[in-house]
Design a protein around this ligand. Structure first.
Ligand code: XBP
Ligand code: MG
Length: 235
């Protein structure tokens, strides 16, 4: 029987990727780098999960010589720390809302006695900032388990973070449903054996999502438009 709902954060609870993109670019500018990820480039880069991994992938794509490449890769941890500070500031400024239907689903699931969990690639501090900013100070406490990227060896599309959430809940995959927005997240949830509801955003709607157990434009009332970055445009 159904016991718990496990939610991805980025793209699923809220459409965060535009703020992540701005935070990466701000960190690059602070460091005096002339890297500037436009929306089209960022959509490609989203195929690489994890911010540190995404920056490293970008460096690998620059065609640098060995020494320059190694020197650039050595800067990834500091660049990513700066990105995380920018992202927290952007989230705390209140720029994000939960996607349609999310708040109601969380509330009604709790009322029905279901447990709630998070399975995210991003850091615990980012998840916490988002939950507090969108749900208020009680937000993080609604979730019994917050499983995050750096707690596991392999990030999505590997199943590790969903397996960690299930293990911590003490549940079998048949007892939970996963909510995701992307192909990487869907692959991770399926590999963990979970039934998966996928609600893409404009960042992920062109991805390979056909294996979803249920594919919906969003979790809200049917007349709501598809969620996208602020302004609703993509290149
Ligand atoms: C979301 C991501 C994250 C964020 C960046 O993946 O890919 O990497 O874009 O977060 P998912 P960090 O929604 O599948 O969990 O920079 O904190 O890694
Ligand atoms: Mg996601």
């Amino acid at each position: 029987t159904l016991n718990a709902l496990i939610f991805d954060v980025d793209g699923t609870l809220a459409d965060t990727e535009e703020l992540h993109r701005q935070a990466f670019n701000a960190a690059f500018a602070d460091a005096g780098l002339r890297w500037d990820w436009g929306r089209a480039r960022y959509r490609e880069l989203l195929r690489v999960t994890g911010g540190k991994e995404r920056i490293a992938h970008h460096i690998d794509s620059l065609g640098l010589g060995d020494n320059d490449r190694r020197a650039a890769l050595a800067r990834v941890p500091a660049l990513h720390a700066a990105k995380t500070r920018h992202y927290a500031a952007l989230v705390e400024s209140g720029a994000l809302r939960l996607r349609p239907g999310v708040a109601r689903l969380l509330r009604e699931a709790r009322e029905a006695g279901l447990r709630l969990a998070i399975a995210s690639t991003t850091s615990p501090s980012n998840v916490e900032a988002l939950l507090v900013s969108t749900l208020g100070p009680e937000g993080p406490g609604l979730f019994d388990v917050i499983a995050c990227g750096d707690l596991v060896r392999r990030k999505k599309p590997a199943p590790d973070v969903f397996e960690l959430a299930l293990r911590t809940l003490g549940l079998e995959p048949e007892e939970a449903v996963a909510f995701e927005d992307s192909a990487n997240g869907l692959r991770a949830a399926r590999a963990a054996g979970l039934w998966t509801v996928v609600t893409p955003t404009l960042w992920t709607v062109d991805e390979e999502l056909g294996e979803a157990s249920l594919l919906l434009p969003h979790l809200g009332d049917p007349e709501q438009p598809l969620s996208g970055e602020p302004g609703g445009r993509l290149p």
